[in-house]
Design a binder for this molecule. Structure first.
Ligand code: ZN
Length: 198
């Protein structure tokens, strides 16, 4: 097992080979981790929340379900989840624009820039930022379809375990956003544990 730490307010990226498994770990608890995946061969094919919701007919993915690309191909399988199971699939990544929109008191680091930097470091310039899978984010959908936020209920050490179904670049950002207090009061780090070689 190899652990890759995700510093608070920052992102890391790893290449997962097909059949390789990993865990996204909430090391300190209560931290939202914006997560993306892109095909190694062609970053224009990426993990798509809208395709994954349609494929599974749900807003929240459960162990055993697969997550799909924008071309409706399965990219990841959710193998296990020790958290309360809330992993938002609806909200855009935080960004310089969202910081302005929500009147953030200062220009926080943001997940969108974190993603673009990680991909640029790999020589990939993204034309489009997909909706992230907001792992550990507890967004609620009301009876009237209004959205609400709760602080993440993930406990220290909670994880989601994933199997790559294609060769993927996985990008995880420890979300710095203060909007809705989705990660409670403090930005914290997280980790990716690489469990097994593909
Ligand atoms: Zn964020």
């Amino acid at each position: 097992m190899k652990r890759i730490e995700i510093p608070a307010e920052a992102a890391v990226s790893v290449v997962l080979k097909a059949r390789q498994t990993c865990r996204i770990v909430n090391t300190e608890g209560g931290q939202v981790v914006d997560t993306w995946a892109f095909c190694v061969d062609d970053a224009d094919e990426y993990l798509s929340m809208e395709h994954s919701r349609s494929a599974n007919y749900t807003l929240l993915f459960k162990p055993g379900e697969r997550l799909f690309s924008n071309r409706f191909r399965p990219l990841l399988r959710l193998l296990d989840d020790t958290s309360p199971g809330y992993h938002d699939t609806l909200h855009a990544a935080c960004s310089a624009g969202s910081n302005r929109f929500y009147n953030a008191p200062r220009e926080y680091p943001n997940c969108q820039d974190n993603l673009l930097r990680q991909m640029a470091d790999r020589g990939i310039r993204l034309e489009h930022v997909p909706c992230p899978w907001n792992v550990f984010e507890h967004a609620l959908v009301g009876q009237d379809y209004a959205l609400a936020d709760e602080a993440s209920a993930a406990a220290p050490g909670d994880y989601v375990e994933l199997e790559a179904l294609e060769d993927l670049i996985l990008v995880c950002s420890a979300c710095p956003s203060r909007v809705g207090r989705i990660s409670g009061d403090l930005p914290r780090g997280a980790a990716i544990d690489i469990l097994q070689d593909g």
